[in-house]
Design a protein around this ligand. Structure first.
Ligand code: PEP
Length: 251
């Protein structure tokens, strides 16, 4: 039985005081929710303050990116030990915005995944095709390369510490959600890929969440799909009420 994970990616939003207010409201709204892993990913500057608000609650903390070296002359970067120190349990890796605007590749994604796992930080590995790739019939090929490239070299136990987030790029921040059938097809494809490269047992345990314009209005239908194990939420996670409603749809 897989526990669904609802994660909020706040992207480049929220000052420290705004982040504390949002998290405090959310913490009260989701208090007592069980059977779902609730995660928030504020910007780096707000991680420490949000960590204090979620301490002792049922909300886990994630960062939105990480570097693969532990320390050294890498100006502007943040390492896995730093994120652990601040209270993170998860880190989003390979989000399409990082692939698109910051030259993230399958290779750098894999280095980050490996670094995170080496310090028990759980990667949320984002994969997904562009609109033109879908229209050209290349969805499976792109998703396969993102998944296999991102998890390259992982042993079974390491893979099971990862969450895979299928996020069709054409559905991110556009209001265009994949239909439940479109999401299910790709989630099943990913699970079958894991069956073929690892085992049926591993594939049946790994959590695969959907992301792309998830809102309270569409969350329930997406999450009733057999291979959809929760959601990675951008815009709707910036409002505590909306995010809490999505959490309730996962229960
Ligand atoms: C995201 O950024 O991961 C995302 C899914 O954004 P949105 O929910 O706004 O489409």
């Amino acid at each position: 039985m897989r526990t669904p994970i609802i994660a909020g990616n706040w992207k480049l939003n929220k000052t420290i005081s705004e982040a504390v207010a949002l998290t405090t409201e959310l913490r009260d709204l989701v208090a007592g929710s069980k059977g779902v892993e609730i995660v928030v990913a504020p910007p780096f500057t707000a991680l420490d303050a949000v960590s204090k608000v979620v301490n002792g609650s049922n909300i886990r903390l994630a960062a939105q990116d990480v570097y693969w070296e532990d320390s050294g002359a890498f100006t502007g970067e943040v390492s896995v030990p730093m994120l652990k120190d601040i209270g993170c349990d998860y880190v989003i890796i390979g989000h399409s915005e990082r692939r698109q605007y910051f030259a993230e590749t399958n290779q750098t994604v894999n280095q980050k995944v490996q670094a995170a796992l080496s310090h028990n930080l759980k990667p949320i590995l984002c994969v997904g095709e562009l609109l033109e790739e879908r229209e050209a019939g290349h969805t499976e090929k792109v998703v396969e390369s993102h998944v296999t490239g991102g998890i390259k070299g992982l042993i079974e136990t390491e893979l099971l510490s990862c969450v895979i987030a299928y996020e069709p790029v054409w559905a991110i921040g556009t209001g265009k959600t994949a239909t439940p059938d479109q999401a299910q097809d790709v989630h099943k494809y990913i699970r079958d890929l894991i069956t073929n490269t690892y085992s049926k047992d591993v594939a049946s345990q790994i959590c695969i969440q959907y992301g792309g314009s998830v809102k309270p209005e569409n969350a329930a239908e997406l999450m009733t799909q057999p291979d959809v194990d929760g959601a990675l939420v951008g815009g709707a996670s910036l409002n505590a009420e909306s995010f809490a409603q999505i959490v309730k749809h996962a229960l």
